[in-house]
Design a binder for this molecule. Structure first.
Ligand code: GAL
Length: 719
């Protein structure tokens, strides 16, 4: 810190520190935050001086889409929003109503409502600590319909309705001896308090009438959601790490033999001449002619994704060039580039472009950008840019995504890949998060929570202990942002559990059939900020009431025990109208919570429920899917490769329920950024009642790109 910065801090401390409470007790006062309206329905307050922050990595905001959403009210009484810069950092205090629920704060594997807890948000390999996760996104959404984002590269702590300031509205005092269950170890507080080290940060507030509106505004402010290349939504298979080019070609032939879709092959560490740390150079024994190999796959329409971690091996051909731009410490003895520096970015990007992208590689899986403390650089490491080790670690995954995304954009090619850490402002980046934590239920909860944080998640499958688990995990991953079998260590193939091969194939083929619907849902993410896979709390008509269960002690009800919340984290929405309810191993039945309105069985079209919780019996052959009344679902034939599907594609358009509806089917070239210039096609699919009968009509709305869709056959599922 220089002298000027120090004196600014001291000045701020002097103007806002100590006041006496009315009874003379010590209270440190906080300044009222000054809000600036930065886009329709979005406000920003700055505290202290500008530092490196996640919002620096956002794509240009979607101003028009934000203004198309219309005005929103600032959700707080401005005088009740407080901030303070002191010697240790920044504190913020924002009001919280007694019955408000708070969602978000990034990729969590458990629970949904973040109230009455403390989250220390730290990029970390998942270890079960609240807030230590692959994507600790400092964004929360209130059940009242607004969102708050704290833009920082530090590790902010969120005290969500916990911690009672002396000058706040305190709950009633209860004597523990006589108060029974009224006494609480966590007295309710009237605020969310956030603290972070450093010299300053920005806070953003996103208005809305519903949690979905707040999430949409956040996504749009960060540039809108990513529109993946079409091939990215097909089937991904990651090979065993020791595979050679010949092994891969053999496996690809097996996919054809077994009649399984395949769009992307993922190569794991062994494609490199050295890995952990990485050389980023092809291994000459396993891949003697990388271009020829990539061409062979390209002919079959198969893309290739390369695994790597960012730590540079001494044997790498970029090692010498990158050295001046690396930090004081190593990771697995590899140098750690400082990617806040453009020169470092350029060295790595040019190497990747020349050796991989120019010969046909489609994207990357950036591993180990989270990592435990025992693996990564220590907090006292130093970096040439002068940014702290903590700041660089907290944003490392974000930086790498952004620099590659920008390079792909320069090449006018979309990418879709994987990353193991992210942060705020990431919605426009073409990367999906994954984890080594392999809990099926936790994976579905993560998918749900990611929709509240502007990031995407894949509940990838690796292996299973039984046929049943293999099926259940496959069925879940087929209804997620990326359908991936990660066989880097298991060497599994989709047909590895022969008794259930047909069921697994059916699940993948159903995913392929739904591609027109899923691709359009991603376009809505891009243009309107609507997450393609969404938590139920983002769905209109969903009652998020929780059951509070008393704790038990020695078999008896313990009135003093903490309560446990039962939350709907095991079902979610896909696109505008499909409700996905994964089944976990051993479940012969499961509960489904239906939002208000009629819901129909996807497979049979029969009415199943309306605004109620029902128990359904499960079948191994099917993941239960339900469709909202009037849902229109365009489906294509189950192709085995998206890129090599040429010519027109005929559609079956399904309609569920009895109501009229309109659906805008989107299409474009599926691989460039030309859609941003409006080069796309939009077809209106309308269902209306004529003479008492439902009829379907399709009309072209936009045709700057020739739609691939041909004949439409309408199927009224609930007639
Ligand atoms: C892990 C990663 C796995 C796999 C493996 C390869 O860190 O989570 O998906 O890529 O590295 O060594």
């Amino acid at each position: 810190m220089n002298r000027v910065q120090l004196s600014i801090i001291l000045l701020l401390i002097c103007t806002s520190v100590v006041t006496a409470g009315s009874d003379g007790t010590f209270i440190s006062s906080m300044d009222v935050l000054k809000w600036e309206n930065v886009a329709t329905g979005v406000w920003k307050a700055s505290i202290g001086t500008k530092e490196l922050a996640s919002m620096d990595y956002a794509a240009p905001l979607k101003l028009k889409a934000l203004s198309d959403m219309g005005q929103a009210q600032f959700p707080f009484e401005p005088k009740d929003t407080r901030g303070q810069l002191n010697a240790s950092g920044v504190n913020i205090r924002l009001p919280l109503g007694a019955s408000e629920k708070i969602y978000g704060l990034g990729l969590e594997f458990q629970g949904l409502n973040r109230r009455s807890n403390v989250y220390h948000l730290k990029v970390d390999h998942y270890g079960g600590v609240k807030g230590y996760t692959h994507a600790p996104v400092p964004f929360y959404v209130s059940s009242k319909g607004y969102g708050v984002f704290v833009s920082t590269a530090r590790r902010p702590s969120f005290y969500v309705g916990i911690g009672n300031r002396k000058d706040s509205k305190l709950p009633p005092y209860v004597d523990r001896t006589t108060g029974g269950s009224k006494w609480s170890a966590r007295p309710i507080s009237d605020a969310v308090e956030v603290s972070a080290n450093g010299q300053g940060l920005d806070v953003y507030v996103f208005g809305g009438k519903s949690p979905l509106e707040a999430v949409r505004r956040y996504n749009l402010y960060c540039g809108g959601g990513v529109l993946p290349p079409r091939w990215g939504l097909g089937f991904w298979h990651r090979m065993h790490t020791r595979s050679s080019d010949a092994d891969i070609l053999k496996e690809v032939a097996d996919f054809e033999k077994y009649d399984f879709p395949l769009d992307v092959i993922g190569l794991e560490p062994g494609w490199q001449s050295f890995a952990y740390p990485c050389s980023f150079d092809w291994d000459k024994t396993r891949f003697p002619e990388p271009k020829r190999f990539l061409d062979q796959l390209a002919q079959k329409g198969i893309r290739v994704n390369l695994w790597e971690n960012p730590y540079v091996a001494p044997t790498s051909t970029v090692s010498e060039a990158i050295k001046p731009y690396t930090g004081s410490h190593t990771v697995w003895l590899g140098e750690v580039p400082d990617y806040t520096l453009e020169a470092a970015q350029k060295i790595l990007l040019d190497h990747h472009q020349k050796n991989h992208l120019n010969i046909g590689v489609s994207g990357y899986k950036f591993d180990e950008v989270d990592g435990y403390d025992v693996w990564l650089w220590p907090d006292h490491a130093s970096f040439p840019s002068g940014h702290s080790a903590v700041q660089i670690r907290q944003l490392y995954g974000l930086m790498i995504q952004k620099m590659f995304m920008d390079r792909f954009r320069e090449m006018n090619k979309r990418t879709y890949g994987l990353v193991r850490s992210s942060n705020g402002a990431a919605s426009s980046l073409g990367f999906v998060i994954y984890s080594d934590y392999y809990d099926h239920e936790g994976y579905v909860t993560a998918l749900v929570n990611c929709s509240l944080a502007g990031v995407l998640w894949t509940p990838e499958i690796r292996s299973a202990r039984s046929d049943e688990e293999w099926v259940r995990r496959f069925q879940s991953v087929c209804f997620s942002p990326m359908v991936q079998l990660n066989a880097w260590s298991s060497g599994t193939k989709p047909w590895s559990f022969p008794k259930v091969t047909n069921i697994v194939r059916d699940a993948i083929k159903l995913r392929m059939r739904l591609l027109p619907y899923i691709y359009t849902a991603f376009y809505d993410y891009n243009q309107k900020g609507i997450p393609p896979f969404r938590a139920m709390v983002l769905e209109a008509g969903f009652d998020a009431t929780e059951e509070i269960v008393g704790g038990k002690l020695d078999g008896e009800t313990n009135p003093y025990a903490e309560t446990t919340r039962l939350e709907t984290t095991d079902q979610y929405m896909m696109g505008p109208s499909i409700l996905v309810t994964p089944v976990f191993t051993g479940q012969k039945s499961r509960k489904v919570v239906f939002p208000k309105g009629n819901w129909y069985d996807f497979y049979s079209g029969k009415l199943v429920g309306n605004g109620e919780t029902i128990t359904i019996q499960t079948k191994l052959e099917q993941i239960p899917l339900f469709v909202k009344d009037s849902g229109i679902i365009p489906m294509m034939p189950p192709v085995n490769n998206i890129t090599n599907t040429k010519g027109t594609i005929d559609l079956e358009v399904r309609h569920y329920g009895q109501k009229e509806n309109t659906y805008m089917l989107y299409d474009d070239d599926g691989q460039t950024f030309d859609y941003e210039k409006g080069i796309c096609s939009v077809t209106e699919l309308r269902v209306q009642r004529q003479d008492g009968k439902l009829t379907g009509i399709s009309s072209t709305i936009e045709s700057k790109w020739p739609s691939r869709y041909g004949q439409i056959s309408w199927k009224f599922m609930s007639q």
